[in-house]
Design a protein around this ligand. Sequence first.
Ligand code: FES
Length: 167
Amino acid sequence: MGGKQDISRRQFLNYALTGVGGFMAASALMPMVRFALDPVLKPTGNQKMVQVVSVDELTKEPKRFDFKIHQVDAWHKSEESRSAWVYKHGDEIIALSPICKHLGCTVNWNNDPKNPNKFFCPCHYGLYEKDGTNVPGTPPLAPLDRYEHKVKDGFLYLGKAKPRGEG
Ligand code: FES
């Protein structure tokens, strides 16, 4: 074996390692690029979808999660608090707005001993089923709004809360 061959092998190794290094640097940057381009994170209207919770934390029982949204309108940016009641129904994730459709109080899950497993609004005794449907004979006349949602990399992202039937 000649020395020349050794050198060229070492050179090859060098190139190969540089190549791997470059590749690794590129993959380190990729998540950031993806973050910038990902449609999940693009605004819907003037509001971005927001990462709220790891999907692992969701169960069949509705749990309340609080999060903040950044709103931008023509004049200013603002940060606002939002809440959602979230649970799993089979493979489906349901994320309901806690805002009562009667006069806008906040509903809670399973907090009225007389009406177990319902959303209850203490202001005027409004009731909703687990899927958000308003219970006839109580003040609310429409189901709770549902948040647009997406799951990405094991996390739940929520967008706007929309009246049922608007998709
Ligand atoms: S505001 Fe909820 S029942 Fe009236």
